[in-house]
Design a protein around this ligand. Structure first.
Ligand SMILES: Nc1ncnc2c1ncn2[C@@H]1O[C@H](COP(=O)(O)OP(=O)(O)OP(=O)(O)O)[C@@H](O)[C@H]1O
Length: 258
């Protein structure tokens, strides 16, 4: 049975004629599996991620099932904010574009916060491994403003997995990193996803990384009119990232399954 199953998700940003709409017809991820979300800037990748992350309520949803968290669709339909907040805290791990570290806490306390809030006072093995692999061991006592953007992004990643979530949601987690660090972070992220048997959705502009690690891809397919929703569809199996790159973004958008 898949760890994550979503069907018929519709979400919108804004209201009326200025609203921007996004649809995800279907997504199914096994434990240990990651999928990349790709598409042009402004196509709705963050909107989709925020909705799956229970930060933005869908306008329609048929099914949303996540491992131990169980069926989430009824909680969204009932707007049960209390239980939705509990699921966010316990079962989801976020790496948002802004990093989102709290400026008045040390890196160590920032990383520990979500797991302490969910009743885990001691560092988890995956947390210690990630700190070491990502070269953060001697930065733990610093405040976030004393860190480079890349170091903050790495610390945000460690924080996202320290409490043992079922689903990792990462918005451009390697955007501020040099190619070597970006590759290390991606590799570690995918190793942890496999080792911990969790699922991950990773927004990325970095085709080379997505290609190198052979990730499945959800590709944005723009609506035919500005008012129509952008649909995120799984890229066709016979479409390699090299083909998409060679053909350019516009052709890439046409080469996804209907
Ligand atoms: N409050 C809002 N009201 C209406 N539209 C909005 C609002 N906020 C964002 N948008 C629009 O929603 C669309 C999707 O934005 P989103 O940030 O999800 O895209 P993205 O693919 O993640 O972009 P990027 O790659 O640049 O981060 C954009 O066209 C944006 O202009």
């Amino acid at each position: 049975m898949p760890l994550l199953e979503i069907e018929g998700l519709h979400v919108q940003r804004g209201e009326g004629a200025g609203a921007y709409r996004v649809e995800l017809p279907r997504l199914s991820l096994e434990a240990g599996e990651a999928v990349a979300i790709t598409g042009e800037s402004g196509c709705g990748k963050s909107t989709l991620l925020e909705s799956i992350g229970l930060l933005l309520a869908p306008t329609q949803l048929q099914r949303y099932q996540l491992g131990a968290a169980g069926p989430i669709q009824p909680l969204l339909a009932q707007r049960d904010e209390h239980r939705l907040a509990a699921i966010r805290a316990r079962h989801l791990g976020f790496v948002l574009q802004s990093g989102g570290l709290l400026p008045y806490l040390s890196v160590r306390d920032n990383i520990a916060l979500p797991r302490r809030l969910t009743g885990q006072p001691n560092p988890s093995p995956q947390e210690l491994q990630a700190i070491e692999t990502l070269g953060l061991s001697d930065r733990l006592d610093a405040k976030p403003q004393a860190l480079s953007i890349g170091e903050r992004q790495r610390a945000a990643f460690v924080r996202a997995i320290a409490h043992g979530p079922s689903l990792l949601l990462a918005d451009e987690p390697t955007a501020a990193l040099d190619p070597g660090r970006a590759r290390d972070l991606f590799q570690l992220m995918l190793e942890l996803v496999r080792g911990l048997k969790i699922a991950a959705l990773i927004v990325s502009h970095d085709w080379q990384l997505v290609d190198r690690f052979g990730l499945r891809r959800l590709q944005a397919r723009p609506g035919e009119t500005p008012q129509a929703a952008t649909r995120f569809m799984e890229a066709a199996h016979d479409t390699t990232p090299e083909t998409l790159r060679a053909a350019g973004q516009a052709s890439a958008l046409e080469s996804v399954q209907p």
